[in-house]
Design a binder for this molecule. Structure first.
Ligand code: T46
Length: 141
């Protein structure tokens, strides 16, 4: 999948993955650059998350990600500097694509929730905006 112009800045969207179901259960798969719009360079996951935990609270300069609830559910609050929206993730075959320059906050984790994230780059603290005002300024450039 190639990057479209609308994905170049301030963009989120839900991605539906294929599911193959048979009496043994469901199987979902994904391939980098096919089902997600980047080459996957890193995978990480959040688990043992207390139900009152609040995570995120930052944006990225370059990083693109797709976030999944592999088990349970949680809320993702999204802010592109102009518009705020929220998504409840609870279906392991539906991921939320989050482009760069999007502020995200996560909360309302259900008991036992597991969040998996596919990322376009290795971890780099210098890629984070952890200050909201700094992010807002960058989002308006
Ligand atoms: C995001 C949301 C959904 C690493 O060393 N390597 C990594 O790959 C990651 C993701 C984090 N870390 C370190 C950095 C911090 O010292 O782990 C610690 C906790 O990270 P952070 O507070 O950023 O975790 P979250 O859950 O608030 O945010 C993470 C991602 O950082 C972020 O990109 O979009 O999950």
């Amino acid at each position: 999948m190639s990057h479209s112009e609308s994905e170049s800045k301030g963009h989120v969207r839900l991605i539906d993955l294929p599911v193959i179901s048979d009496p043994r259960g469901d199987l979902t798969f994904l391939e980098g650059s096919r089902h997600v719009p980047f080459d996957i360079r890193r995978v990480y996951y959040l688990y043992n998350v207390p139900v009152d935990s609040e995570r995120g609270g930052h944006a990225h300069r370059e990083l693109e990600q797709v976030v999944f609830a592999l088990s349970g559910s949680f809320r993702l609050k999204i802010d592109d500097g102009k518009t705020k929206s929220e998504y409840w993730l609870r279906d392991p075959k539906k991921g939320l694509y989050i482009n760069k320059l999007i502020w995200r906050e996560m909360d309302s984790f259900s008991q036992g929730a597991v969040c998996m994230v596919l990322a376009s780059h290795p971890y780099d603290e210098a890629d984070y905006y952890r200050d909201y005002d700094e992010f807002l300024k960058a989002s308006k450039l």
